[in-house]
Design a protein around this ligand. Structure first.
Ligand SMILES: [Zn+2]
Length: 332
């Protein structure tokens, strides 16, 4: 079995587990609610019967269909209102007798009209590149939890404005990036010293786009280059190699974090250029974060790579004091 097939099987199993869990939860709520208030069960049965009644009425009195439908609709909404009230009194949400899907688009089946849903594509990417923890991270690191208080309001003489004003501008650009994603093609280049929130903002963007159903692949440059190097010497797995390159070139957003800390070779730099360039041509966005300045980048990578980035990416410079150090000082 190829790696792709194995991943696919694992993902299908995940869906089965989710569906079983959904069903269990629904059954549990039903048992509890029906036991506490049998009227709720009656109401559900009555609502379910409405469909049958409509069909019968249409057959018997086709002329009066409109009028009958109107009447039934009214009756159903009355029943629903009663059910809602009863559930409320029992301390349940009005949706307690419905399945609470993780993905409403495919109802946790993984498919929409036999075509894989975005959530399935994302699951395959998460498994293939071991980013299963990204959903956990973005629960904490997102636009809502971003804290501007870490950034000083004192004007930085060299930059001409304060880190606080600067980060607000960057934050706005990142929000714009998400807001316009899918309609305006943009790439971001986040650079500056360590500990200024670059990775945090990458996660903010990832969360926003994952929520919108886009496919996001997040990698540190170290992971990316390791993978490229490893593949290079593995001639047995041509298919897997192609699958990986296809993912790198086709995911909706590729985030390459911490560029410049990895061990790069001529080969990996050439591959990086290929990825950046190909995605540019097909208008697929990339976000790069790095601790290197554009000048340092030129020393480490080819001119053509740097000029491609400098010419087409929105450059966002971070400056200020290391947040992690501030955090430590505050906790002492
Ligand atoms: Zn889905």
């Amino acid at each position: 079995m190829s790696k792709k097939q194995k991943l696919y099987k694992m993902v299908l199993r995940q869906y089965e587990q989710i569906q079983t869990k959904n069903q269990h939860q629904l059954q549990k709520n039903r048992n509890e609610i029906y036991a506490a208030c049998p009227r709720v069960e009656e109401i559900e049965n009555e609502i379910a019967l409405v469909g049958v009644r409509i069909a019968r009425m249409v057959l018997q009195k086709p002329k009066d269909t409109q009028l009958l439908l109107k009447k039934l609709k009214k009756a159903v909404s009355k029943l629903k209102e009663e059910k809602k009230q009863l559930l409320n009194e029992l301390g349940f949400s009005e949706k307690a007798l419905e399945i609470n899907y993780i993905c409403n688009d495919c109802k946790d089946t993984g498919y929409i009209d036999n075509v894989p849903c975005h959530c399935m594509k994302q699951k395959l990417i998460d498994l293939a590149y071991d980013q299963s923890n990204i959903k956990e991270i973005v629960k904490q690191e997102n636009f809502d939890t971003f804290d501007f208080r870490y950034y000083s309001e004192e004007i930085n003489e060299h930059e001409g404005w304060s880190p606080n004003d600067n980060i607000k501008k960057i934050y706005g650009r990142c929000m714009d990036f998400c807001y316009n994603f899918g309609t305006t093609f943009q790439n971001l280049f986040l650079y500056g010293e360590t500990g200024l929130g670059k990775t945090f903002l990458c996660n903010c963007i990832a969360k926003e786009l994952l929520d919108k159903g886009y496919i996001v692949l997040y990698m540190t440059a170290g992971q990316l280059f390791d993978m490229i190097e490893k593949q290079q010497f593995d001639n047995n797995n041509q298919e897997e190699k192609e699958d990986i390159m296809e993912d790198l070139l086709t995911v909706d957003l590729l985030i390459i974090d911490d560029l410049g800390t990895e061990f790069s070779t001529i080969l990996s730099s050439a591959k990086l250029f290929h990825i950046i360039n190909s995605r540019m041509l097909t208008k697929k966005s990339v976000i790069i974060s790095t601790n290197l300045s554009p000048d340092e980048l030129i020393n480490q990578y080819s001119d053509r790579l740097v000029s491609r980035i400098a010419g087409t990416y929105i450059m966002l410079k971070f400056f200020g004091d290391d947040i992690r150090k501030k955090n430590q000082e505050n906790s002492i």
